[in-house]
Design a protein around this ligand. Structure first.
Ligand code: PMP
Length: 456
C-alpha cells in the first residue's frame, strides 16, 4: 500500500463511518484498528503487525483467511455471472447446488427446504415470519407469539430484536413486536436458583412450560434460542436443557427454532449446535460460517413438518411474500459451497472440539491467577472469560470502567486479537486453528492479565 493511501486511511478512520455496537464519539476518539490482510489464523494491520485472529473475524471466518479454494470458487462464478434473481421465475446454478447441499448436511434434522438471505439477522427474520405463516397455513392463525431466552442475541432486525434477551440492545429502538417474552437462561454460573446444572435445566424447562401455558398454547408460534449463547457472554447450557426444551415444545406443538448463526457448521464442536445436544429443531437459522465471511450469506432451513404446510394447495395464504434481492446470491452460494467443502473435508467440527478443549484448559488457570476472572467457560471454539468485581458474589465487572478493553489491548500488544464484550472477553478463532496458534492465544492472554493485575 502506498504511503499516501495509508495516510488517507489513518486520517479518515472514524470520520465518515458509523460503526456498529459502539457510541460514535467513542469510535471517533479511539478509531478502530485497520486490518488489511489475512492468512489462515492470522491477520495483519495497517502498521504491518501480524496477529493471531482470536475472534475469527466476527465468529465467522471458520475456514481461515485467504483460502485459495474459496477465492477460486468466487472467481469461477464471477467469470460466469455474479448475480441473478431467485425471485419467482429465475434462479442460478450455485443456489440450487447449495440448497441441496444444506438439506443433505442437515438430513439428520429432516431438512427439506431452504430460503437464502445475506446475514444472520435476515435468516432470523425469515424464521420468525415463516413460523407465523406456517400457523396460518395449518389453520391456527392465532399462534403469533415468540418466546426466547434472556441474554439471547438474534440479530438486529425488528423481529430478531424483539426476541433479544437484553434491554441494552432493545431500549433505543422500542416499541418492538408485540407478543414476545423472554424466560431466564440456563446459566449455571449466574442464576438465582441453583448451582446444580441438571436441576437448573429442569427449572428453566419448567419456566418455558409455564410461559407457554400462561400465554395460552394456542397463541404461541415458536420458541427461539441459540444452542450456546454467544454475544450474551458464551453461556453454555447444561447438557439436558435442549432435549427438555424439545419435549416442552412438542407437548404444546410449539415450533423450535435453533439460531445456529454462530454455532452452525462446527463452532460448538458439532456440525450444528442443536445436533451437539441431540436435538432436532424445526427451523435453523444459518449465516456466518456458511460462507466463512468471504461473501455475506444467510440461510434458513425448514424441516419436513414445517415445509410440507406450503405444499397442499395454491392459495393466497401460501404465497411467500418474503425474500431479499440477495436471496440465492450466486457469489455467496459459490463461496458457501467451497467453504462447506472445507468444513467437511477437514472435519472442522472435530478440530473445534479438540482445539476448543485445549484452549479452555489453557485459559482455566486464569480463574486462580487473576483477581478479576470469575469463570472461563466454553464449548468447542466459543470461549468466554467472565470478568467480575467480586469473585464470591460473581458480580459482573462494570463495563464502563474499560477493563475488558484494556486486557484486549494488552493481548493485542502480545500479538492476539480477542473481543471485549461488556464484562466478558470472547474468543472464537477460525476452526482451522492448530496447537501452536492456540498456545499463542493462551500466552497472549496470560501476559495481558498479568499486566492488568499490575495496573489494579
Ligand atoms: N443470531 C446470532 C446467534 C448471532 O450471533 C448473530 C450475529 N452475531 C446474528 C443472529 C445476526 O447475524 P448478522 O450480524 O449476520 O445479521
Amino acid at each position: 500500500m502506498t504511503e499516501f493511501k495509508s495516510n488517507f486511511l489513518r486520517e479518515h478512520n472514524g470520520r465518515h463511518q458509523f460503526h456498529p455496537m459502539i457510541h460514535p464519539l467513542l469510535s471517533q476518539a479511539n478509531p478502530p484498528q485497520i486490518i488489511v490482510s489475512g492468512d489462515g489464523c492470522y491477520v495483519t494491520d495497517l502498521d504491518g503487525k501480524r496477529y493471531v485472529d482470536g475472534f475469527g473475524g466476527l465468529w465467522n471466518v471458520n475456514v481461515g483467511h485467504n483460502r485459495r479454494e474459496v477465492k477460486e470458487a468466487i472467481i469461477a462464478q464471477l467469470d460466469k455471472i455474479a448475480y441473478y434473481s431467485s425471485f419467482a421465475g429465475t434462479t442460478t446454478a450455485p443456489s440450487i447446488e447449495l440448497s441441496a447441499k444444506l438439506c443433505a448436511m442437515a438430513a439428520e434434522e429432516d431438512a427439506d427446504k431452504v430460503l437464502f438471505s445475506a446475514n444472520g439477522s435476515d435468516a432470523v427474520e425469515t424464521a420468525l415470519k415463516f413460523a407465523r405463516q406456517y400457523w396460518h397455513l395449518v389453520g391456527e392463525p392465532g399462534r403469533f407469539k415468540f418466546i426466547s431466552l434472556k441474554n439471547g442475541y438474534h440479530g438486529v432486525h425488528f423481529g430478531g430484536l424483539s426476541v433479544n434477551g437484553s434491554s441494552y440492545y432493545r431500549s433505543s429502538y422500542e416499541p418492538l413486536l408485540p407478543g414476545c417474552t423472554q424466560i431466564d437462561t440456563p446459566w449455571t454460573y449466574r442464576n438465582p436458583y441453583t448451582e446444580d446444572p441438571e436441576k437448573l435445566a429442569d427449572m428453566i424447562a419448567t419456566l418455558l412450560d409455564r410461559e407457554i401455558y400462561h400465554q395460552g398454547p394456542n397463541t404461541v408460534a415458536a420458541f427461539i434460542a441459540e444452542p450456546v449463547q454467544g454475544a450474551g457472554g458464551v453461556i453454555v447450557p447444561p447438557a439436558s436443557f435442549w432435549p427438555k426444551v424439545r419435549e416442552v415444545c412438542d407437548k404444546y406443538g410449539v415450533l423450535l427454532i435453533s439460531d445456529e448463526v454462530v454455532t452452525g457448521f462446527g463452532r460448538s464442536g458439532a456440525m450444528f449446535g442443536a445436533r451437539g445436544w441431540g436435538v432436532k429443531p424445526d427451523i435453523m437459522c444459518l449465516a456466518k460460517g456458511i460462507s466463512a465471511g468471504y461473501v455475506p450469506m444467510g440461510a434458513t432451513v425448514f424441516n419436513k413438518r414445517v415445509a410440507s404446510a406450503w405444499y397442499k394447495e395454491v392459495n393466497p395464504t401460501g404465497f411467500i411474500m418474503h425474500g431479499y434481492t440477495a436471496t440465492g446470491h450466486a457469489l455467496g452460494c459459490a463461496a458457501a459451497l467451497a467453504a462447506l467443502d472445507i468444513v467437511e473435508r477437514e472435519d472442522l467440527p472435530g478440530n473445534a472440539a479438540k482445539q476448543g478443549k485445549t484452549l479452555l484448559e489453557g485459559l482455566k488457570p486464569l480463574e486462580a491467577s487473576s483477581s478479576i476472572v470469575g469463570e472461563v467457560r466454553g464449548k468447542g471454539l466459543m470461549v468466554g472469560i467472565d470478568l467480575v468485581s467480586d469473585k464470591a458474589k460473581r458480580t459482573p465487572l462494570d463495563p464502563a470502567n474499560g477493563i475488558a478493553e484494556r486486557v484486549a489491548y494488552y493481548a493485542r500488544e502480545e500479538g492476539a486479537i480477542v473481543r471485549p464484550a461488556g464484562s466478558t472477553i470472547i474468543l472464537s478463532p477460525p476452526l482451522v486453528i492448530n496447537e501452536e496458534e492456540v498456545a499463542k492465544l493462551v500466552n497472549a492472554l496470560r501476559v495481558a492479565f498479568v499486566r492488568n493485575e499490575k495496573d489494579l
